[in-house]
Design a protein around this ligand. Structure first.
Ligand SMILES: C[S@@+](CC[C@H](N)C(=O)[O-])C[C@H]1O[C@@H](n2cnc3c(N)ncnc32)[C@H](O)[C@@H]1O
Length: 219
């Protein structure tokens, strides 16, 4: 399944759906077309990117079912939105958007990197993470984090690093085995002693998780 279809499958039915950093606008179209939201807001920091969504969603925009906003993160999005999707950008960028804006009532995030930092931020900010998994489109692997504001939750170290549901998902171990091979191949490169030490630490960490997986016996 392609990444966008997979993303759509994680979205809950809601009144007002917002796709922040929407680019093409495919997800809002899926939500509106399938009656999964009453109305939608699409936003992007780039006018050029937002234009693509405006063209795709023109019928919904003229029917007042969709609003397109050119802005940084959530800065011009009202708190009345029910569910916010932020996908395809880094975890640190998502944290910045939430810190400068607000944590939505319900959210779906698909960070391209630094998913661990995003989980930490959400848990420290009173969020409940419902789904915290990994999926693949057959080419790449993506972490997906969905949940809601307002219910404290505690995570262990590995859950924080990789996601609580990933640890029970065979796709995750496929991903981790590939990461291990990639990192081991980096050892052949020239690098500073500090970088090598850090790389060795990461390799050891992955090997420990993979060893734990053998104990879980899920493959
Ligand atoms: C790789 S695209 C992802 C598009 C779509 N969300 C997806 O998952 O396919 C990244 C988009 O994020 C937008 N973007 C990056 N930083 C942003 C920010 N702080 N606020 C709003 N949009 C942002 C970019 O302009 C670009 O259109």
């Amino acid at each position: 399944m392609d990444r966008i279809s997979k993303l759509c499958s994680y979205l809950p039915r809601c009144k007002i759906f917002a796709d922040v950093a929407c680019d093409h606008g495919y997800v809002a179209k899926y939500m509106l077309k399938n009656g999964l939201c009453d109305s939608a807001v699409v936003s992007d920091i780039s006018e050029k990117c937002l234009k693509k969504a405006e063209i795709l969603l023109a019928d919904y925009i003229s029917a007042n079912k969709c609003r397109a906003v050119c802005c940084d993160g959530l800065k011009q999005i009202g708190r009345e939105v029910d569910c916010v999707l932020i996908a395809g950008i880094g975890g640190e960028e998502i944290i910045k958007i939430l810190s400068e804006g607000f944590i939505p009532k319900s959210f779906v995030f698909q960070p391209m990197k630094n998913a661990g930092a995003l989980r930490k931020f959400l848990l420290e900010n009173d969020c409940f993470i419902g789904t915290d998994d990994i999926f693949t489109d057959g080419k790449k692997y993506y972490f997906i984090i969905s949940g809601m504001k307002g219910m404290a939750q505690k995570y262990g170290k590995e859950q924080l690093l990789y996601g609580k549901d990933s640890l029970d998902n065979p796709v995750f171990y496929e991903y981790l085995s590939k990461e291990l091979a990639k990192k081991k191949s980096y050892l052949l490169n020239k690098m500073s002693a500090d970088s090598r030490r850090d790389l060795m630490r990461q390799i050891k960490q992955i090997e420990e998780v993979l060893k734990g997986e053998a104990g879980r016996n899920i493959r």
